[in-house]
Design a protein around this ligand. Structure first.
Ligand SMILES: Nc1nc2c(ncn2[C@@H]2O[C@H](COP(=O)(O)OP(=O)(O)OP(=O)(O)O)[C@@H](O)[C@H]2O)c(=O)[nH]1
Ligand SMILES: [Mg+2]
Length: 330
């Protein structure tokens, strides 16, 4: 698939030249005024998909932008291997094109090494360092069924293994049976669970500050209610020298609209990072990573399975590059 730039002193002449050079099947992708008249971007290969049409249009824009470029030039609009991989792993054409351009500008590397370097740096890694003398309340916020409770249990297991002194608490909605899994995890971790019902007062003391180093706080999955309660908790904790660190739990197999709604609603809270779950249940992990990168949010952990000990992996540039380019974390 090629995109050609044709110029003429006016539209009529440019169209005539396009037809003469590329036949009557030539399709005009775009037009632009030039100093000497008008420029057209044309192709003779009909795009097979919307994505391909978008890519061709972008190439046309590039041709128009480059005012020093000779007339009647042709550029190859075939996507690079990196772009192909990003598109098939769920990224948008715009994201793929910009990343590919940045990678091709890196000199002296194998193209895939350059791609990994660019993509690994697309997202920040969120760290959860120990804070001497301050309780960090890590609240897991996300819509129902995204994996909040299981991620909390996996995180808890990591903290306990590392000898860190933690507590477990939950904002509950009083659904019968909703707390059963978390109660079982609390027993397994040896922490128990402090539950806060919709009418219970949330205080720093009740949640475990300042004694505990960290408290893992599960939420109910009713985003609006959870956010209201977490906003009050943020104020309460900061007045007592503790901090609230909200981790957004995003399931990789959700629709982009669900992630966007969560980002928007949670923007009033202190967001420390994101936990991406269910990466084993999508073939397009690039979509959720791109959505997080667009929000300038960091990622703390990723999850690709329900094994308590094995399936929570620390985020890193290598993990991001693998997900973008290979569609899975190695
Ligand atoms: N395959 C897979 N399953 C997961 C993953 N994370 C969680 N699950 C499963 O997803 C289901 C929901 O997980 P929960 O942790 O209960 O989700 P939740 O967000 O707490 O759900 P609610 O409390 O109802 O809002 C469970 O069956 C988990 O085992 C993952 O990374 N991969
Ligand atoms: Mg839950």
């Amino acid at each position: 698939m090629k995109v050609h730039k044709i110029t003429g002193k006016d539209m009529h002449e440019a169209l005539e030249r396009a037809q003469k050079m590329h036949g009557s099947n030539a399709v005009v992708l775009g037009q632009s005024e030039t100093e000497g008249g008008v420029a057209l971007a044309v192709t003779t290969t009909a795009p097979v998909s919307r994505t391909e049409l978008e890519r061709m249009r972008r190439r046309a824009d590039e041709l128009f932008r480059d005012i020093t470029c000779e007339e009647d030039v042709t550029v190859d609009a075939r996507p690079s291997e990196m772009e192909e991989r990003l598109l098939s792993n769920g990224c948008t054409p715009g994201f793929a094109a910009v990343a590919a351009r940045e990678a091709s500008a890196l000199q002296g590397r194998h193209p895939l090494d350059a791609a990994a370097e660019v993509l690994g740096a697309r997202l920040e890694v969120s760290h959860l360092p120990k804070m001497q003398g301050t309780t960090r309340v890590l609240a897991l916020l996300g819509s129902s069924g995204t994996g909040k409770t299981l991620s909390l249990a996996k995180l808890g297991a990591r903290f306990v293994r590392a000898g860190r002194q933690i507590g477990v608490a939950a904002l509950t909605d009083e659904r019968p049976g909703a707390m059963t899994p978390l109660m079982a995890y609390g027993e397994l971790l040896g922490t128990g669970v402090t539950c806060f019902g919709p009418l219970d007062e949330l205080t720093a003391e009740k949640i475990g500050a300042p004694e505990l180093e960290a408290v893992l706080l599960d939420t109910s999955g009713h985003i609006e209610d959870d956010i209201k309660r977490l906003s009050l908790l943020a104020e309460e904790l900061s007045s007592k020298g503790a901090i609230l660190d909200v981790q957004l739990v995003l399931s990789a197999n959700q629709q982009a609209e669900a992630w966007a709604a969560l980002f928007e609603a949670a923007s009033v809270l202190p967001i420390g990072g994101c936990i991406v779950t269910k990466l084993d249940e999508t073939t397009r992990p690039g979509a959720v990573l791109e959505a997080i990168a667009e929000e300038n949010l960091a990622v703390s952990f990723i999850s690709a399975g329900s094994d308590l000990a094995r399936d929570l992996v620390r985020a890193s540039p290598d993990v991001f590059a693998d997900l973008f380019l290979r569609g899975r974390a190695s």
